[in-house]
Each structure stands twice: as C-alpha cells, then as structure tokens.
Design a protein around this ligand. Sequence first.
Ligand code: ADP
Ligand code: MG
Length: 241
Amino acid sequence: MSASIQVKGLRKVYHMGKEKIIALNHVDLEIEEGEICCLFGTSGSGKSTLLNMLAGLEKPTKGSIKIKNERVDLLDETSLATFRQKYIGFVFQSYNLIPSLTALENVSLPLIFQGMPRVKREKRAKEMLRAVGLKGRMKHKPKEMSGGQQQRVSIARAFVNRPTILFADEPTGNLDTHTTIEVMEMIRSIAREYNQTLIIVSHDPEIADYADRIITLIDGNIHKIEVKKGEEKEIVYEIKE
Ligand code: ADP
Ligand code: MG
C-alpha cells in the first residue's frame, strides 16, 4: 500500500503574549491509503492541532506535510481551498450544520459548491442520507433532530462528494455510548466501501479500537504507534522512557 499522508518534523508553536506554547514538538508519521487512523491522547496533547495542520486549516511552524504527493503546508489559500474541495471531508464534534437548511439541503451543499446539477445532487444527497439511516428525516432542520441524527447528517455531508480523506475531530464527543457505536460503525463501513482514508481524533480508547493505526500523542510528541493485525495490536514505534 502507498502512503496517503506523510509528515516530517512537524512543529507548531503558539504565542500568547510572552508565553510560548509548544502544541506539537516534533512529529513524524505516515498514514496509508484506505487506513483508519486514530490520533489518540488526553486533552491538550496536540491532537486537534495535528489534525488541523493535516487538513491544511493551519500552517505549521516547521516541518512538512505531504498528502497525495502534494506539499499542503506550502499551498496558498486558493490552492488549499481547491485541494480540500477535491480530496477532503470533515466531521466536527459540534456537527456544524446550517440551522435554516433541511437535512437534504445541508448534505447537498458541498455538491452545490462543486457545481453539480440539481437533479444529480439531490439524488446523491438522498442516497447518502439513506446510507446513514435518515430516510425519514430529509426535510427536518437540525433543531428538529436528535444529536445523533444531526451527527449522521454531518457524516452524510462529509461523505457526499466521496472525499479521498476524511478528517473527524471527536465526532462522537456529544453522543451517548449506544449512538457512538452506531455512528462509528457507520463511518467505518462507508469508508471501507470506497477505500477512503479516515483520520479520527479521540481521547476515547473505544474509538481508538476502531482504527487500523493508533497514534498516541503526549504533550505534542508521538508517544506510541500501534498497527492492528487481525485481533492483535503491533507496536511499531514507542518512545522509551
Ligand atoms: P487536543 O486536541 O489534544 O485536546 P490541542 O491540539 O487543541 O489539544 O491543543 C494542544 C495545546 O496547544 C494545548 O496546550 C492548547 O492549549 C494549545 N493551543 C491549541 N490551539 C491554540 C491556539 N489557537 N492558541 C494558543 N494555544 C493553543
Ligand atoms: Mg481537540
């Protein structure tokens, strides 16, 4: 398998007045195509910072990020926007749906930006909503749905233009255990069907268990990388104390 994402010497420093916050110290990693990867660690370990840089939402202080052989850290805003539209999907903890739009309209939105004709995009959006079990909620607005249903809509929206890579930051953070399992199974099954690469940020070991590759962060450094082989987890990298 080929590497979908390659990161070398990644560092991110924030400046707050005189204080210097090293959110990521020095990160090297590779994620393979079609892999489900979890960026795992406690709050403040640097997971979201890493995800945001991989997705091109923030620029690193140092280091390089290659996605599909493109140096995303070097792209300007315009090229980044095009790159994201072509390859990337997002799921956020807070759903980020547009309150005034129905489920169907929310899911259709990325396809409008893509310039797909109306009939085709409605068909695709409906298919996607059916795939996430929301056949009966097409005309509902976000506030007319439960948290779990809203997250399904946001998953349908993230997958609707068949992104090569899907990023999810604590996607089940606001959901109960039962709904979390449903949502994770759904994300995994859609990703597997289209051989999409999935990068999930979580502090929850049960979510990490869904991943083929678990990258554990501590204080802005990679502490451990585990790769699942069947039922076994093989440690492929670990910092020795
Ligand atoms: P996680 O997602 O693992 O909880 P984050 O990546 O959000 O952690 O944050 C890592 C560290 O960087 C934390 O100490 C956090 O306070 C700090 N940090 C994150 N974003 C910013 C920012 N925009 N400005 C200043 N500090 C930040
Ligand atoms: Mg976070």
